[in-house]
Design a protein around this ligand. Structure first.
Ligand SMILES: Cc1ncc(C[n+]2csc(CCOP(=O)(O)OP(=O)(O)O)c2C)c(N)n1
Ligand SMILES: [Mg+2]
Length: 320
């Protein structure tokens, strides 16, 4: 794996930032500062970081409603993201809705769509455009276990396999689609197995192991860049929090949640880095302190930013 000690520390920092950012948004939501729905990906940080750590600016990603870490790793300014989540005019989405569905084409961050699975054909089309333009870029598309049951998923994978498109499909399999466990929604255990039906590799990865996710992604990206076609990566992980903040979570047991918390992707990586003498407790504290400062700066920026004006409601809705 072409990864330096500095990369390992950077990946660790990104995972901590992803976690602390989301924990802070829960507090802001309770204070009534956030607008719209918020879907947390606490527990799924290894997927965000392992997939997005080393992408080119002109590669694209389309995240889901979950996982703001992906936005940040792709290059969205945290202040802009936070302001967008707080509904401010200078934030992502210009304060017109939850930042879950905002993007920035200039950094290859495609806005996620509201209907689950409906973005899969869009990333597939982006990959087709890359191929037609003879570029060696890659489109990474993220979706959940639930989304993989939709027709959009199957139609997209079929055409991508047929045309050998440079797309990497990443399934953030967090075991649930709202209240429905994967085992109640499909007869197969591994979503990755679906790729075989479309003629390309499907890989199952421990989604709580950032290095395993990174390695699988890099292999898939190299395959896509060299014209060999798509890969489906299924990252098996778990969302610690409810579907969103209103979720009463009466469909799963606290024991189940606890058993996954014991497999915390950040702790696990931290222990590995400590064993390699790259981290110790004081360095860990420093990372958390720096990350918190960065987040508070973003909160202050959002707090002092203007709300959208009523007369600007239709801006960006229709072409000029
Ligand atoms: C077509 C469609 N059906 C239902 C919904 C409501 N909905 C929003 S998120 C979600 C669950 C999606 O589950 P999954 O794909 O596993 O992603 P996760 O939320 O677990 O990250 C549902 C059903 C929707 N947005 N779109
Ligand atoms: Mg899910």
């Amino acid at each position: 794996m072409d990864i330096t000690e500095n990369d390992l520390l950077q990946m660790y920092r990104w995972m901590v930032l992803d976690r602390v950012f989301e924990e802070r948004t829960v507090e802001l939501l309770k204070l009534g500062k956030l607008v719209g729905f918020h879907h947390l990906s606490i527990g799924q940080e290894a997927v965000d970081v392992g997939t997005c750590y080393r992408l080119r600016r002109d590669d694209t990603i389309m995240p889901t409603h979950r996982g703001k870490g992906k936005y940040l790793l792709k290059g969205m300014d945290m202040k802009v993201l936070m302001a967008g989540m707080c509904g401010r005019a200078n934030g992502a989405g210009k304060g017109r809705g939850p930042a879950s569905h905002s993007g920035d084409n200039s950094i290859g961050l495609l806005a996620g769509t509201g209907l689950i699975g409906s973005g899969i054909p869009i990333s597939t089309g982006v990959a087709l455009a890359m191929k037609l333009q003879k570029k060696d870029n890659v489109a990474l598309h993220f979706f959940g276990d639930g989304a993989s049951n939709r027709g959009d998923f199957h139609e997209s994978l079929n055409i991508a396999g047929l045309m050998k498109l440079p797309v990497v499909y990443v399934c953030d399999n967090n075991c649930y689609a709202m209240t429905i466990h994967q085992s109640s929604a499909m007869a197969i255990k591994d979503i990755a197995a679906r790729a075989a039906g479309y003629g390309f590799p499907g890989v199952v990865v421990d989604g709580n192991d950032v290095l395993a996710v990174y390695e699988a992604t890099q292999t898939a990206i190299a395959r896509a860049r060299s014209g060999e076609g798509p890969t489906l990566i299924e990252c098996k992980t778990y969302r610690w929090m409810g579907h969103n903040i209103e979720d009463p979570e009466d469909y799963r047991s606290p024991e189940e949640v606890e058993s996954w918390k014991r497999k915390c992707p950040i702790k696990r990586f931290e222990e590995l880095l400590k064993k390699r003498n790259l981290l110790d407790d004081s360095k860990v504290k420093k990372v958390y302190r720096e990350v918190r400062e960065e987040i508070e700066e973003a909160v202050r920026f959002a707090d002092s930013s203007p709300l959208p004006l009523p007369e600007d409601t239709l801006l960006g809705v229709y072409a000029e």
